[in-house]
Design a protein around this ligand. Structure first.
Ligand code: C5P
Length: 218
């Protein structure tokens, strides 16, 4: 039988990455940061001087890129790209490329390969709807756009980076718009997902809710 999966989907900056890591740490499970896979595909495209309309080439590159996740570090073809994949331009290209069915198809098996014992917490946009439709627990983590913009703003300020709240807010809205309105695997809760609104919850409270749902899972 397959290892269990908790599918954790939601919009940008909803806190699902942090929640996924904490839930996985408590359960002793693996984590899939599927957004990082799309970002790695974007970085690969940027490194290869490809025309953005050559989707076959892009999909081939994404199938073939050599990626490693180890102790919080991410390697692409042997190079540490942990911080470079977080750049805004990489995120924007990832979200553009993510509209393309051939690319999504090319990344499907790679994502499913993370499903190993004792279990997987999978963080993304379509974990419950497309990648792991048979996941025994699906969570859709919401937070209103202002709460998410504030979180992102504080993160940047804490890192000592410059941050403009209005730009962050506009950027989140644009990304939401793209992710929710694309034709293939749009961001939306699976029919059998539990929706958690974390706007007024701390990370700890959100983690507790997810774990409580898992404990109740038949
Ligand atoms: O979550 P993150 O911001 O790292 O994801 C980058 C982009 O990758 C998102 O804006 C989204 O368009 C895309 N993505 C996706 N499906 C996923 C994860 C991410 O389309 N499962």
């Amino acid at each position: 039988t397959c290892a269990p999966v908790i599918a954790l989907d939601g919009p940008t900056a909803s806190g699902k990455g942090t929640v996924a890591l904490r839930v996985a740490a408590v359960l002793g499970w693996h984590v899939l940061d599927s957004g990082a896979i799309y970002r790695l595909a974007a970085l690969t495209v940027m490194n290869h001087d490809v025309v953005l309309t050559d989707l076959t080439r892009i999909s081939d590159l994404a199938r073939e890129m050599r990626i490693h996740f180890e102790q919080g570090r991410i390697l692409l073809d042997g190079v540490d790209v942990t911080s470079s994949i977080r750049h805004e331009n990489v995120g924007n290209l990832a979200s553009e490329l993510a509209k393309e069915p051939v690319l999504r198809q090319g990344l499907l098996e790679r994502q499913r390969a993370f499903r190993t014992w004792p279990g997987l917490v999978a963080d993304g946009r379509d974990m419950g709807t497309v990648v792991f439709p048979d996941a025994p627990l699906k969570i859709f983590l919401l937070a209103d756009v202002d709460a998410r913009a504030h979180r992102r703003y504080r993160q940047l300020v804490e890192k000592g980076e410059s941050a403009d709240y209005e730009i962050i807010l506009a950027d989140l809205k644009a990304r939401d718009e793209r992710d929710m309105n694309r034709l293939v695997a749009p961001l939306k809760p699976a029919e059998d997902a539990y929706v958690i609104d974390s706007s007024a919850l701390t990370v700890e409270q959100t983690v507790e809710r997810v774990l409580a749902l898992w404990r109740q899972c038949p």
